[in-house]
Design a protein around this ligand. Structure first.
Ligand SMILES: OC[C@H]1O[C@H](O[C@H]2O[C@H](CO)[C@@H](O)[C@H](O)[C@H]2O)[C@H](O)[C@@H](O)[C@@H]1O
Length: 596
């Protein structure tokens, strides 16, 4: 059975990522890209679906573990009766083939170690042929091959469905294992030196983290979140995935299990804003260029999400051979929300390009053309109902947040033109559009009787996304309607102080058309902290923020959701949305401008 979600740590090479449990088992890894089929899928089934455990024989969870400084190099230490041993796990940034490196180092005494490797290609479905060649164990099936070697060589043997290595490590000894994925039709991949690769990886991550401009009191948490966001970036294209996993459930045993290994425009723009606010212009530029390529074409064809290279077809299917995380079934790949109309996305993209421009990123003519096309599209379509930022699968509605973000698109376009009249655009028309949307949202989106902005026109349901209203500039933080909305969300949408997206229980299904319910949504909880700060309650904002920091796992990672009663993280992990929220709130508490 897989571990608790919060028991996993993340390692990655900016093209894919793996989850390492406290027991030394790597239970999730997709190769060669984030969205490729997993070769270790025990996370969503059992050990037979693929995993790689390397730990002292008979041991359980490690005694302690941590990332080595500001890096994605993970060190896990076991103290056993015979002595102490450290396993250092990382994925070097790759030249060609992806490598997973595990260096075992004796710290004291002598420790009996056991390695169990079960490679299962295609999400745990395919048992490969394993042979020995050239000092390697090579597993091959279909298009995939994986090569395992160790330095110095330790004996391995096949036992049933796995490759086992039993060896002893004494104080001062180091044994490095390297697992390399390669297309099966190609000759053996080039070998890396695992120790040199470790030095390079550390130096790269250190240098990257050192560029962070944040100097406030939450530096450790902010830097870890930024490292996590960076790890979710697919370096060859600049695309950013929402999370490296699929189908970690929003409810244990439930059906709310989605594939997040794609680039949502919403999540990516928010990631970009965080990176840009803290000095990472290169990533911002790479993503902006990715965006320009991905969305090229008719704005009516804009998708809410794309593949890592901008692919458009992401058909949602189920993997019936996987039992699901703690029996949360189905396990899905692809994502049906890809074809939804979500009007907020236009606002998020225009806002982000506006922030990039203001942040000093040299504008690209294409980027401005995209914004103009988006405005043309919104002028025609902003009055339509949509699926909203929560991607509901029930009937379309007039979501207040979607309309507010349509206003944001018009507002940022107007402001860009005002600042640079040499640009081409319909200043008067966009001003009128901005005015019209504002009037309608204030008329139809605010329920005076209820004393709050509601989720959609005509509904009495609340929605945590309305907490974003003061951050967008749609209304000032001291507007009585904003104050009332923040209070209503706090009163009615919280669970032990953490915020739900909307409704609860049956109300949940009524809103989104999916059975079951879910935990509190961490990004929304950060938004409440932001709203408290903006509306003059800084002590309460800080207190909530610090409670949220305490939800992070031992290595600083957050999933999408949190179940306060069970004290468990839920949903895909680690999730960009949650870490974006953390960075944004840290900046806001520090007096900096909005990062989301
Ligand atoms: O709630 C149903 C929807 O849940 C997922 O969407 C959520 O994740 C996205 C990626 O982080 C985020 O952009 C969105 O706001 C969230 O609601 C799922 O991907 C959808 O398919 C599903 O309909």
């Amino acid at each position: 059975m897989a571990a608790l979600i919060e028991d996993y740590a993340l390692i990655g090479d900016l093209q894919t990522a793996a989850l390492v449990g406290r027991d030394g088992s790597i239970d999730w890894l997709c190769l060669p890209r984030f969205d490729s089929p997993a070769c270790f899928a025990a996370l969503l089934g059992d050990e037979d679906n693929g995993h790689w455990r390397l730990a002292p024989a008979g041991a359980g969870a490690c005694t302690r573990r941590a990332y080595l400084e500001d890096s994605l190099v993970l060190e896990s230490v076991w103290e056993t009766a015979g002595g102490a041993v450290k396993v250092t796990d990382f994925m070097p940034q790759r030249d060609r083939a992806p490598d997973l490196v595990r260096i075992v180092e004796g710290l004291s005494g002598r420790v009996e170690m056991l390695g169990v490797l079960r490679l299962r290609f295609d999400y745990g479905a395919i048992v490969p042929w394993v042979r020995r060649t050239d000092g390697h164990r090579v597993a091959v099936a279909g298009p995939d091959s994986a090569w395992l070697r160790s330095e110095p060589e330790v004996p391995t043997r096949g036992e049933g469905p796995s490759t086992r290595s039993e060896f002893t490590v004494a104080a001062g000894e180091k044994i490095a294992f390297v697992l390399t994925w390669h297309p099966s039709h190609e000759p053996r991949p080039a070998l890396i030196d695992p120790h040199e690769a470790l030095d390079h990886s550390l130096a790269d991550w250190r240098a990257w983290a050192g560029r962070c401009r944040y100097r406030g009191p939450y530096r450790e948490a902010v830097v870890r979140s930024l490292l996590t966001l960076k790890a979710l970036t697919y370096a060859p294209t600049g695309g950013i995935v929402a999370a490296p996993t699929t189908s970690l459930p929003e409810e244990i045993g439930g059906v709310r299990n989605w594939d997040y290994r794609y680039c949502w425009l919403r999540d990516s723009t928010l990631t970009l804003n965080s990176l840009l606010a803290l000095g990472y212009e290169d990533e911002a530029r790479a993503w902006r260029d990715w965006l320009v390529r991905a969305v090229a074409g008719d704005p009516a064809d804009l998708q809410t999400m794309y593949g890592l290279a901008g692919e458009r077809r992401l058909p949602e299917t189920e993997l019936p051979w996987l039992a699901g995380y703690e029996r949360s079934y189905p396990v899905r790949t692809g994502n049906g929300a890809v074809s939804q109309l979500q009007l907020d996305v236009y606002g998020e993209v225009v806002d982000s390009l506006h922030a990039a421009r203001e942040g000093g990123l040299r504008a690209k003519p294409h980027a401005w053309n995209i914004q103009r096309c988006f405005l043309d599209f919104l002028r025609e379509h902003w009055r339509e109902p949509d699926a909203g930022l929560w991607e509901v699968r029930g009937p379309r509605r007039h979501f207040v947040h979607s309309k507010v973000m349509a206003w944001v698109a018009a507002d940022r376009a107007v402001r860009t033109l005002e600042a640079d009249p040499s640009l081409d655009g319909d200043l008067d028309g966009w001003r009128a559009l901005r005015e019209e949307i504002h009037r309608e949202v204030c008329e139809k989106g605010y329920d005076a009787g209820r004393g709050a902005f509601v989720q959609s026109y005509g509904s009495t349901e609340l929605d945590a996304a309305t907490l974003l209203i003061p951050r967008t500039g749609f209304l000032p933080p001291d507007d009585p309607r904003v104050l009332a909305t923040v209070d209503a969300v706090r009163r009615e949408l919280t669970d032990d102080g953490f915020v739900r997206r909307y409704g609860d229980g049956l109300a949940h299904t009524a809103v989104d058309g999916i059975s079951g319910t879910e935990g509190t949504f961490l990004a929304c909880s950060f938004w409440l902290a932001d709203a408290l700060q903006l509306t003059g309650r800084p002590k309460e904002a800080r207190a909530l923020f610090e409670r949220l920091l305490a939800v992070r796992n031992d290595v600083g990672l957050l999933a999408e959701e949190y179940a306060p009663a069970a004290g468990r993280q839920l949903g895909n992990f680690p999730q960009a949305f949650s870490h974006i929220g953390l960075v944004g709130t840290a900046l806001l508490l520090d007096g900096a401008g909005p990062a989301h």
